[in-house]
Design a protein around this ligand. Structure first.
Ligand code: ADP
Length: 397
């Protein structure tokens, strides 16, 4: 069985064709600058990279180009589109309308439309991607796989905000969480690595990238997560503030003469690591600056590790213990000093890092970085959101 995974952004589209028997990526690539002059497809297959430069006025043209590459004599990996058994689409927000992977039909597409309000930067792009695929492959089975579904098992006392319950009911304002496919993948991979059943484990998964979220996973199910109604909440991120007292935003809006919308833009794009350091949102830049003695870069890194550590501690309490901490995503997989900062001071709770093992060079495999006598296992697991989308799509079929 072959599954095509599509992750559509407003001006980009990433894809992977995955052979499900071996879970091998047969081909993958990205379309860039959709709807803008200077479109470009970068396609990787057979260990080679193929680049096609061509204007891509809309997502439908982009999908057509992807399919023509997939069946191309030189760059292709299949003889015809018939070899694609189904298409799995990444969709960010499901609201409370969908709690699991859902087939794409006229009816479900109609129900998806109003959810764009919950993720205005992401959901409309996913809809464009799905519509484009349906136009080009009208008879192909398709699924929508939501970033939020893994978090749908959170109990009400964890996902509710302390607001008027009627407002939650009327407007579905609550915590949804994000990065669900990643948290799901690494928590399952941790259980596999440890030769345990997911039901036996209490895990804290730290997806630390440009956007970061931390989840508590008990018996294979998410019971709490750090992001909220939107991906602004939780730990400070590349450019997002993370958790903040909303009264501080009102105060800042008054002081800086910002409208509420400008204030939200400020919290999403100018704060976090970038705002505190005044240098960059990128952890590589921050680590380099801190190593040269830049105090604000060090402060931003310290804030980040401290905030992550507090979530780990809170989730130990929520889980009633802890067996495994998993680090994943760009920062989690590549930045030893952040991992060390998160674990530091948790020794009393059975978390003991092996500082030498923590310095491993990322080779895309699982690394166990806890000390031999650590009660809690500490793992670094490369995430694979596309594979979760492919697995979910295959399972639905
Ligand atoms: P997102 O998917 O949220 O955009 P990523 O998971 O790709 O983000 O993480 C990006 C972050 O990871 C950046 O801050 C970057 O500095 C950091 N990072 C550190 N080392 C590496 C590396 N070797 N490769 C990629 N990202 C890295």
């Amino acid at each position: 069985m072959k599954i095509l995974v599509i992750n559509a952004g407003s001006s980009s589209l990433k894809y992977q064709l995955i052979g499900m028997e071996t879970e091998e990526v047969l081909a993958k690539g990205t379309c860039e600058r959709i709807g803008i002059a200077g479109g470009k497809l970068t396609h990787k297959a057979h260990g080679e990279t193929f680049v096609v430069e061509k204007d891509l006025p809309d997502h439908t043209v982009a999908i057509e180009l992807v399919l023509s590459e997939l069946v191309d004599k030189k760059a292709g990996v299949i003889k015809s589109m018939d070899e694609i058994d189904a298409v799995g689409h990444r969709v960010v927000a499901s609201g409370e309308t969908f709690t699991k992977t859902t087939p794409v039909t006229d009816e479900t597409m109609k129900a998806l439309l109003p959810l764009s309000e919950l993720a205005p930067l992401h959901n409309p792009a996913a809809i464009l991607g799905i519509n484009a695929c349906r136009a080009v492959m009208p008879n192909k089975k398709m699924a929508m796989v939501f970033d939020t579904s893994f978090h749908s098992t959170m109990p009400a006392y964890a996902y509710l905000y302390g607001i008027d319950y009627d407002d939650y009911k009327n407007y579905q304002v609550r915590k949804y969480g994000f990065h669900g496919t990643s948290h799901k993948f690494v928590s399952q991979a941790a259980a596999e690595y440890l030769h345990k059943k997911p039901e036996e484990l209490k895990i804290v998964t730290c997806h630390l990238g440009n956007g970061s979220s931390i989840s508590a996973v008990k018996g294979g199910k998410c019971i709490d997560t750090s992001m909220g109604f939107t991906p602004l909440a939780g730990v400070p991120m590349g450019t997002r503030s993370g958790d903040i007292d909303v009264a501080a935003l009102e105060f800042l809006c008054k002081k800086k003469g910002m409208t509420f919308a400008e204030g939200m833009e400020y919290l999403n794009k100018k704060c976090g690591m970038l705002g505190v350091s005044g240098i960059s949102s990128d952890f590589r830049d921050l680590c380099a600056a801190a190593a040269e003695g830049n105090e604000r870069a060090q402060l931003a890194l310290d804030m980040f590790a401290y905030s992550c550590k507090k979530y780990v501690g809170a989730y130990m309490a929520a889980l009633g213990g802890l067996d495994v901490i998993v680090f994943t995503a760009g920062v989690g997989e590549n930045t030893p000093s952040v991992r060390a900062g998160v674990c530091e001071g948790l020794e009393a709770f059975g978390v003991k890092l092996d500082t030498k093992k923590n310095e491993f060079k990322n080779d895309g495999t699982v690394h166990e970085i806890s000390a031999k006598d650590s009660k809690v296992k500490i793992l670094v697991i490369p995430t694979n959101e596309e594979l979760v989308i492919a697995r979910e799509t295959a399972a639905l079929l």
